[in-house]
Design a protein around this ligand. Structure first.
Ligand code: SAH
Ligand code: SF4
Length: 403
């Protein structure tokens, strides 16, 4: 069943590069890889002799300089620029809401361009989490999710569709626009926390809406663009894909994309994990951990992060902590304890803080450092894994206030 769904989703979402409906004959250049960009330029009549140079110029303007318009591309002749503008576009999704937390966390709700198969323009969110020495952008890979993890609000929503590579890359471009993270831009005039280094986005996590390994091709293509050395140039060591445990795709992801990996483990026994992360009935813990042991490039310097959501009275006993440490022995691992973020209608509660501390102490004693993920952006409901759901709730509340 899941495999059938998997196939359907991959087919449905794998046509980036095709002219989007409301651009008419214009083709969006963001999200095209180099060979697709070449093909567009050939269509446009760019001479073969100039192809490489033009492609590199455009690539540089879009991904290094953050150009929003062909007119900015001053090293390209005016004639070529107007030719480009007549047939192509550099588009960003529209920001429908921006929320900034008191702790500096920012959340953007983005309205995507409506595709022929969409009933309405879908919306996704991305979240920026600043720290002194780094800035992490949490991006989405699907609108909704086919899986239904019982503690995750995204899991209560049906899958609307896969994001295209363009829509995944665009989350990074929009965030860089908003953070003034392009070279030569005036720094953001905001006293809230922002990292001090030259780059405001230093890390990317695929921990927003959706299961990224069920949108494999588009996510991989987006990651290739984001990590391209002559473009946005974010190292794959700073990009982490989080999966609920799609074992059939984990090794392939390591071979073909090679980013850091995070696993939503959340339980140490199959009976409980079947309930919390139902894909476990297809790929149980042992198979999942075997896939982790074989993850290409795994080493002590390149560890897998195991995420463990703290659910009161469900998975938070001290024997669970000991079992967790036992299970992961021998795998180069980090452990991330995530305080559960409750949502209306959920049957779960977050573990008590003392219990989280006792649990963490056992994990710490086994040699895993600072494992509790501090909740960020709570005032704007920005926790990874429950993004859009909260905006819908906020929007409903805002409507209720306005009515
Ligand atoms: N689908 C992927 C990535 C998106 S979810 C996955 O499941 O890994 C990102 C992380 O947020 C996962 O570890 C998920 O288990 C966690 N998460 C989901 N809902 C949550 C909630 N309400 N509170 C805390 N963490 C949650
Ligand atoms: Fe989907 Fe991840 Fe939520 Fe599970 S935790 S329902 S896989 S988004």
């Amino acid at each position: 069943m899941v495999d059938q769904l998997d196939m359907a989703i991959q087919e449905a979402g794998s046509n980036p590069g095709k002219a989007p409906a409301d651009l008419g004959p214009r083709v969006s250049l963001t999200g095209l890889d180099r060979s697709e960009l070449d093909a567009e330029l050939v269509n446009l009549g760019i001479a073969p002799k100039q192809l490489r140079m033009r492609r590199n110029q455009i690539w540089n303007w879009i991904y290094v300089k953050g150009a929003l318009d062909f007119d900015e591309m001053t090293d390209i002749s005016k004639a070529a620029r107007s030719q480009l503008a007549s047939r192509c576009a550099i588009e960003r999704p529209e920001i429908t809401t921006e929320q900034i937390s008191t702790d500096g966390t920012r959340k953007w709700l983005l309205r995507l361009r409506q595709q022929a198969t969409d009933k309405k323009a879908p919306e996704v969110e991305c979240v920026y989490i600043p720290e002194i020495d780094r800035g992490t952008l949490c991006i989405s890979s699907q609108v909704g999710c086919t899986l239904n993890c019982s503690f995750c609000h995204t899991g209560t929503q049906r899958l609307v569709r896969n994001l295209t590579a363009e829509e995944i890359v665009a989350q990074v471009l929009v965030a860089r626009d908003q953070l003034h993270d392009w070279p030569g831009q005036e720094p953001l005039n905001d006293r809230r926390l922002i990292p001090e280094g030259p780059r405001k986005i230093t890390n990317i996590v695929l921990m927003g809406m959706g299961e990224p390994l069920y949108n494999f091709d588009n996510v991989r293509k987006a990651i290739e663009i984001i990590s391209d050395n002559e473009g946005i140039s974010l190292s794959k060591r700073r990009i982490t894909l989080s999966t609920s445990g799609i074992v059939s795709q984990i090794g392939r992801w390591g071979d073909e994309a090679g980013t850091m990996l995070a696993i939503s483990l959340h339980a140490t026994r199959d009976d409980l994990r079947n309930e919390l992360v139902p894909i476990n009935t297809k790929w149980p813990i042992k198979e999942l951990l075997d896939a982790c042991r074989n993850y290409p490039g795994l080493s002590n310097a390149r560890r897998i992060t195991f995420e463990y959501v703290m659910l009161k009275g469900v998975n938070d006993s001290l024997s669970d902590a000991r079992e967790l440490v036992r299970l992961l022995a021998g795998i180069p691992a980090k452990i991330n304890l995530i305080p559960f973020n409750p949502w209306p209608g959920t049957r779960y509660e977050c573990s008590d803080w003392e219990q989280i501390e006792k649990f963490a102490a056992i994990v710490n004693r086994a040699g895993y450092a600072s494992p509790v993920r501090t909740p960020r952006g709570r005032d704007i409901f920005a926790a990874c894994g429950q993004l859009k759901s909260d905006s819908e709730r906020l929007a409903a509340r805002a409507r209720a206030v306005a009515e």
